[in-house]
Design a protein around this ligand. Structure first.
Ligand code: KIV
Ligand code: NA
Length: 266
């Protein structure tokens, strides 16, 4: 497993490969594919739990899924999202929530959105918890922003660069940049010492992240502009299930090889 320091030192050398995972099998496949980092994102709410935003995801949901993810990927660096509402309001409560999430899940780093939680970032880092930031489109704010490209004008872009510097100053070891113009992502990447991980932010960031269910088309129908599909698990699943149904109906399953033939009645 890479360390935080090794991931930081990949900046300007090798691209960092990050993918989300939420359970034992998805984590196992990510580890087998040798990705650098697994993110247990709160996209969990949408792609696994079927909500239409991440705001219904609780701290307990994140703990439950991050534990399963760790069991599937014991040797991969894992970042876990702090969910909506778990790090706003009281700073000490937020830090306590973060420590609980970090401790109970065996995570290597926590991620939180925006640049408004500077004191929480500082408190977690002070306690020894590595933190990843997340700027640009921050889905926990979808009620205000919608799901669309952010920082598309010069003022917003300059503000985002200031935010990147502010969270770096507060102690983040990495930051995700989501759905922003590629020239802005390039500028941020040049302005900070920590790695930037892009999703819908062009090729100039220090790494890329995609959502497992999007990139493998596993139950996700409408893909955002910035997703490229590298597999079609939904078709595989439906085809397999159809073949199974057919075999049950025509009694070709179970067959000899899948039946216990020991006789207990004569
Ligand atoms: O929850 C998530 O999957 C994320 C990534 C899209 C960065 O935060
Ligand atoms: Na997230």
């Amino acid at each position: 497993m890479k360390s935080t320091a090794e991931l930081i030192s990949m900046k300007n050398n090798d691209k960092i490969v990050m993918v989300t995972a939420y359970d034992y099998p998805s984590a196992k496949s990510a580890e087998s594919a040798d990705v650098d980092v697994i993110l247990v994102g709160d996209s969990l709410g949408m792609v696994v739990l079927g909500y239409d935003s991440p705001v219904k995801v609780t701290l307990d949901d994140m703990i439950h899924h991050a534990k399963a993810t760790r069991r599937g990927a014991p040797n991969t660096f894992i970042i876990v999202d702090m969910p909506f509402g778990s790090y706003h309001g009281d700073v000490n409560e937020a830090i306590k929530n973060g420590i609980k999430l970090y401790q109970e899940t065996d995570a290597n780093m926590l991620k939180l959105e925006g640049a408004d939680s500077i004191e929480v970032i500082k408190g977690l880092v002070k306690a020894g918890v590595p933190v990843c930031g997340h700027l640009g489109l921050t889905p926990q704010h979808f009620g205000l922003t919608g799901f669309k490209m952010q920082a598309g004008d010069i003022e917003a872009a300059e503000k985002l660069i200031e935010e990147a510097k502010a969270i770096e100053e507060a102690g983040v070891s990495m930051m995700v940049l989501e759905a922003i113009p590629m020239d802005l992502a390039k500028k941020v990447t040049e302005h900070v010492y920590v790695p930037t991980i892009g999703i819908g932010a062009g090729v100039e960031t220090d790494g890329q992240v995609l959502v497992y269910h999007d990139l493998l088309q596993y139950g996700s129908e409408r893909l955002p502009k910035f997703v490229k599909a590298y597999g079609d698990m939904s078709s595989l699943a439906v085809d397999g299930l159809k073949a199974y149904s057919q075999a049950v109906r025509d009694k070709s399953f179970p067959d000899e090889s899948t039946t216990y033939k020991k006789r207990v009645f004569d």
